[in-house]
Design a binder for this molecule. Structure first.
Ligand SMILES: Cc1cc2nc3c(=O)[nH]c(=O)nc-3n(C[C@H](O)[C@H](O)[C@H](O)COP(=O)(O)O)c2cc1C
Ligand code: SF4
Length: 610
């Protein structure tokens, strides 16, 4: 044990957290998160200390701390306010509210006030699009339904130094707006008595039921659940070494269905994980909960504790002799890419969330090198229902290729945002009608990595064979400028790129810059057809040349809006010839500053000037 310098409270805080996590280096992300919750930020000294205590290099610990947006290696305000920057929050006026708060507090976005009391900034979508504009306080509490009055009250609390615990509880109320419930959102009954009955069946019988149901994953790719489990069973592993991981990262902007499932139907999700463990022979279960949903943690821990007391978890879980299974929860720290299953596993292992090179796939070598099944929250909830009511029952809902129901997170320009569950195969038009969409121009189905659908396609059906969806359904009415929608999502992907591969790291930024040039060009005549061609080329490059799904889908909004909202681009590309937007001489200014050059020879000269 390292001796602590006297009065060094942050190091003592870190030691307490490290001890709680059993000095496990694989818990580094959790240790950094919990330490920062006490110390407000992570100094180099603190990171070095954590490295020594966990037997990790300083470079490793600093590399992890610098990867996640919710870790801060520079001093931050004691209260950190982060406005959700999803497009739907912006449509509800979040930008003006952020400016109002900054003005009231006398700080700039991204800066800390002089006394170190607070800081205000933006973060990616907080998963509260049905009750925005929303913001996060200290990365673990959320305030929804912001308006000018609430912002002014918030400013008063911050200026008066009122502790967060004493703020009105009403501010932190998160609603579960279920507008249309089908089987999943109606819920399960009698969790404690029904699970042992289905668990008592053989693993082979359970797997056969899931196979019969035709269930496909709800996290986006739509991979057959039974096939994934079978691949995991076929991978070589010692007894009980396999793992079940629930992907609750839900970072796709516009998606909030997993939040509602976890808050209202956690038993169904944990039932599904337990059934998966029984089917594949796993002892370890992990939930990767996105950092923005930290406010759900006490509830989820309480449900797990109750299930342990009921004998549904632990040794001989559900009364099945020899079946030992328990579930732990790990929190993310604000990185969208960690929803990608191999990046998620890296994060669970306490590393930077960089997607792995595959093969091997997680079902062969996943968490700590063990065969691992990763499934979405909704997939596990569906498993719980299928195990009780049978594969044939589930297969009878939806279409032949897309069985069962799907939950949609509806937000944007509509009267009734919230959750809508329908059988797969339901047309976009039906959902638009039910949610009271106002004069819809387009719908972003499946979030920015999904598809932007124009009105001419509203008869298309949400199903794997037509329009697959991971769950987001953002409505844009005729007032919205789809060019700006695409530009907003381009910035999101550039911001979230993990930087591993060049086409994504550089390509996403080039898309942002080209769209920025076009945005500036409106009316000024600088954009040309050549800019649009370059955008098409970048789209091709990203689709084909990137390492993971983030880069591959980063240009989807651009591609779709170019195809069906061409006028928005045409009015920004009216120049007959290409106009460069790069001022080479200005770009050299930092080099001049470093070398101390002020002479004319240090400037680029045009032929004309020469
Ligand atoms: C950038 C990126 C982000 C992702 N985010 C999520 C997510 O938040 N939740 C999720 O379930 N799947 C997400 N996925 C898909 C997962 O990699 C994986 O396919 C899924 O968790 C498998 O579960 P399923 O078979 O039940 O769909 C993401 C994929 C990519 C490329
Ligand atoms: S495509 Fe982007 S997010 Fe994915 S690995 Fe490459 S750089 Fe990282």
């Amino acid at each position: 044990m390292t001796l602590l310098p006297l009065n060094n409270a942050p190091l003592a805080e870190a030691d307490a957290v490290i001890a709680r996590w059993g000095r496990d280096p694989h818990a580094l992300v959790q240790i950094l998160r919990e330490t920062q919750a006490q110390t407000h930020w992570l100094s180099r000294e603190l990171l070095a200390h954590i490295g020594v205590e966990l037997g990790l290099t300083r470079a490793h610990v600093e590399g992890v701390a610098s990867f996640y947006r919710f870790f801060h290696t520079q001093p931050l305000g004691r209260v950190r306010v982060l406005f959700s920057n999803n497009i739907t929050d912006r449509m509800l006026g979040s930008n003006a509210l952020l400016e109002r708060l900054c003005q009231r507090l006398g700080v700039e976005p991204g800066q800390v006030d002089a006394q170190g009391r607070f800081s205000v900034d933006r973060c990616s979508c907080t998963g509260l699009c049905d009750q925005g504009p929303a913001l996060l306080i200290n990365h673990h509490q959320v305030i929804t339904r912001l308006d000018e009055t609430r912002i002014d009250q918030l400013a008063e609390c911050l200026l008066a130094g009122v502790p967060v615990e004493d703020w009105p509880t009403e501010w932190f109320r998160v609603m579960e707006q279920v507008r249309r419930a089908d089987v999943l959102l109606h819920g399960l009954s009698a969790a404690a008595t029904a699970l042992p009955v289905v668990l008592a069946r053989t693993p082979a019988a359970l797997l056969a039921e899931i196979e019969q149901s035709g269930l496909r994953g709800r996290g986006g790719a739509g991979f057959s659940t039974a096939r994934k489990w079978r691949l995991c069973i076929d991978a070589a592993a010692a007894e009980g070494q396999r793992c079940v991981v629930c992907n609750a990262d839900e970072g796709e902007p516009g998606t909030f269905k997993d939040r509602v499932l976890l808050s209202g139907h956690a038993d169904a999700v944990f039932d599904g994980m337990t059934l998966a463990a029984r089917a594949i022979g796993a002892q370890t279960g992990l939930v990767y909960l996105r950092g923005e949903y930290r406010f759900l943690l006490p509830h989820l821990q309480a449900v797990l504790q109750r299930r342990r007391a009921e004998g549904l978890l632990g040794r001989n879980a559900g009364g099945v002799a020899g079946f030992h299974f328990d579930i732990d929860i790990h929190l993310g720290a604000g990185a969208y890419v960690c929803g990608e299953e191999s990046a998620l596993i890296e994060s669970l292992e306490g590393k930077r969330g960089t997607p792995r090179i595959r093969p091997p796939f997680p079902v062969e070598r996943g968490y700590l090198g063990r065969p691992t099944v990763v499934n979405n929250v909704e997939t596990f909830a569906a498993v719980a229902h299928i195990a009780r009511r049978g594969g044939d029952w589930w297969a009878g809902i939806g279409t032949a290729e897309s069985t069962g129901t799907k939950i949609h997170s509806v937000s944007g320009d509509c009267e009734r945002p919230g959750l809508y569950e329908y059988p797969l195969g339901t047309p976009v038009a039906q959902i638009l009608q039910d949610c009271g969409a106002r004069d819809p121009q387009a719908v972003q189905v499946g979030g920015p990595s999904g598809r932007c659908i124009p009105a001419t396609d509203f008869d298309r059906r949400i199903a794997f064979e037509d329009l697959p969806s991971a769950g987001a359904f953002m409505v844009f009415d005729q007032r919205r400028d789809l060019f700006e929608v695409a530009r907003h999502f381009a910035r999101f992907f550039a911001h979230e790129s993990c930087g591993l591969c060049t086409p994504c790291r550089v390509g996403t930024e080039l898309v942002v810059r080209r769209l920025h040039k076009l945005a500036q060009a409106r009316g000024a005549g600088q954009g040309s057809a050549s800019d649009i061609e370059r955008l098409h080329e970048l789209d091709e490059l990203l689709h084909s040349g990137t390492h993971c799904g983030l880069g591959a889908s980063a240009c989807n909004p651009l591609r779709d809006t170019l195809a069906h909202a061409g006028a928005a681009y045409a009015q920004r590309s009216t120049a007959r010839q290409f106009q460069p937007d790069l001022d080479l001489d200005a770009q050299l200014s930092s080099a001049r500053r470093v070398t101390g050059r002020k002479d004319p020879g240090a400037h680029l000269q045009t032929e004309h000037e020469a």
